[in-house]
Design a protein around this ligand. Structure first.
Ligand SMILES: [Mn+2]
Length: 281
């Protein structure tokens, strides 16, 4: 279905791992995608702005335009959830923040029109605790906030006490393809197990940059595991319409490659953004 402006109407869109502020981020492509959809609910599932790697010298206009466009969506009353990830974990301090239809949260629980339960969260909590995934599954979603705390404390200790870098998934993947495969497998199984034990129908993650929709079963039950992928390598999103989920994969042929419409400086873009933001009040 499309509306008058040829935007595809969706019940839910999920994007994650955009990593705005890094060289790898495909902000132009993401902006094209965002302009092509009209979701009732948009879930920003972590690592949207890369505050870890943020460098004042690298903030292209295309990245600013994404932020501005997202704020525009919020100012128009679209329901937008921002779930901080590990690269934007500073925003976890603002969990509970609300402004109009915008929320910053640790997880999102939603129901589809056919009464199926959706559980969305970023997924970095499994980095530190992956080896202990069996007892994690028992802890369940009620303990999810506790997991975030454990993960944060473990990262803090390894950084401050052992002077180690923060645990980085991309490093793990670069180290060995074999360990990456088992890491991804464990990640998916752990997320599914916790979702199953809490009787959710869909568990929606990001973090591992692996777009996916598949049913995962264990000895307790089964669940649909979904991952929105990323906007660094895969350029993917999750979309749900009438209870049906699909993976969107960016294809430049879907978009007219017109000339750049407006040539604004970052300052002008920022001023416009503040203006739009003021309209919220
Ligand atoms: Mn992450």
């Amino acid at each position: 279905m499309t509306d008058h402006a040829n935007k595809r109407v969706l019940d839910i869109a999920v994007i994650s791992d955009v990593h705005l502020g890094t060289y790898g981020c495909h902000a132009k492509e993401l902006l094209q995608y965002l302009k092509s959809i009209r979701p009732k609910t948009l879930i920003l599932n972590g690592d949207i702005i890369d505050i870890w790697q943020f460098n004042k010298k690298y903030w292209p206009k295309s990245h600013m335009k994404v932020v501005k466009y997202l704020l525009g969506m919020i100012s128009k009353g679209m329901k937008v959830y921002y779930i901080p990830g590990n690269h934007d974990e500073m925003l976890r301090k603002f969990t509970g923040f609300k402004l109009g239809s915008f929320r910053i949260v640790n997880k999102v629980l939603l129901k589809t029109t056919d009464d199926k339960k959706i559980w969305a969260f970023h997924g970095d909590v499994f980095d530190v605790t992956m080896q202990h995934s069996k007892w994690l599954a028992k802890l369940g979603a009620a303990g999810y906030d506790l997991l975030i705390l454990i993960n944060r404390v473990a990262n803090f200790i390894s950084e401050k006490v052992f002077k180690k870098e923060k645990l980085s998934l991309s490093k793990k993947i670069k180290n060995s393809v074999k360990s990456a495969v088992s890491f991804i497998g464990n990640f998916e199984k752990t997320a599914a197990a916790i979702g199953i034990s809490n009787h959710y129908d869909y568990v929606v993650c990001g973090h591992i940059h692996q777009p996916e929709i598949k049913t995962i079963s264990n000895n307790v039950g089964s669940i649909v595991y979904l991952n929105s992928g990323d906007w660094v390598e895969n350029l993917t999103a999750l979309e749900m319409v009438d209870g049906n989920w699909s993976i969107y994969r960016y294809d430049k042929n879907d978009f007219e490659q017109g000339p750049e419409e407006e040539v604004l400086t970052n300052n002008q873009l920022f001023d416009q953004m503040v203006e739009e933001f003021n309209l919220l009040k």
